[in-house]
Design a protein around this ligand. Structure first.
Ligand SMILES: NC(=O)c1ccc[n+]([C@@H]2O[C@H](COP(=O)([O-])OP(=O)(O)OC[C@H]3O[C@@H](n4cnc5c(N)ncnc54)[C@H](O)[C@@H]3O)[C@@H](O)[C@H]2O)c1
Length: 185
């Protein structure tokens, strides 16, 4: 590793599994003081343990629901209090209920909006003044993608993406293949 994040304070949401866990280990291995959070405390503890076994540093607050403004604010405030500021915000946490557009219930739609757009929105708003004060230029979230989409989802809408069912869908979406079961039909 190159220690290119030496002494930096990155906040990563959803450090209990998947990409959040991988990012926590990678950022910490690059010298960062990672501040994680997750709604699942046990899973998050496993990540913290892995980072420590790697010989690196990670603190967290868990369980915490950062889809709520108060949860997002508590996470950011705690990081600033303990580490003096924030250098990076990685809006990774999210949870999506997939379904064909005509079948998605209002409850599923609202759940997905809250747990995709809400998380990114509330964490970024809470972190914004601290990021600006340290000269940060962006918050990292999922990349935006566009394709026409008979089978879309509220989660896709949150991220500016749509998924196609048609035979030319991979071509339209830049050669991407399905990443969720049944995504492209
Ligand atoms: N895996 C993929 O192929 C893929 C593709 C596109 C987008 N994404 C997005 O990337 C992100 C990470 O994906 P992943 O596959 O690692 O997901 P994952 O489900 O493995 O991990 C997400 C983590 O976020 C946590 N989380 C969910 N809601 C939370 C909340 N309200 N507050 C705090 N923590 C919460 C979960 O407990 C979990 O540990 C997600 O937002 C996902 O929607 C993933």
């Amino acid at each position: 590793m190159t220690a290119r994040l030496n002494g930096k304070v990155p906040l990563i949401s959803g450090t209990g599994s998947g990409m959040g866990r991988a990012a926590a280990r990678l950022f910490a291995a690059e010298g960062a003081i990672v501040v994680g959070t997750d709604v699942n405390a046990d899973a998050n503890s496993e990540t913290t343990e892995l980072v420590r076994k790697d010989g690196n540093t990670m603190t967290s607050i868990a369980p915490l629901d950062v889809s709520e403004p108060a949860g997002a604010q508590a996470w950011i405030d705690s990081a600033v209090e303990h580490h003096g500021g924030i250098d990076i915000l990685y809006n990774n946490a999210g949870d999506t209920r997939f379904g064909s557009f005509p079948d998605v219930s209002v409850e599923d739609y609202e759940y997905t909006i809250r747990n995709e757009l809400g998380i990114t929105w509330h964490c970024t708003q809470a972190a914004w003044p601290h990021l600006i004060s340290r000269g940060a230029q962006c918050s990292c979230a999922d990349q935006s993608r566009v394709s026409t989409a008979p089978r879309s989802s509220a989660g896709g809408a949150c991220r500016g993406e749509g998924r196609g069912d048609g035979p030319d869908a991979p071509a339209r979406s830049g050669g991407r293949r399905a990443r969720y079961p049944g995504e492209l039909g």
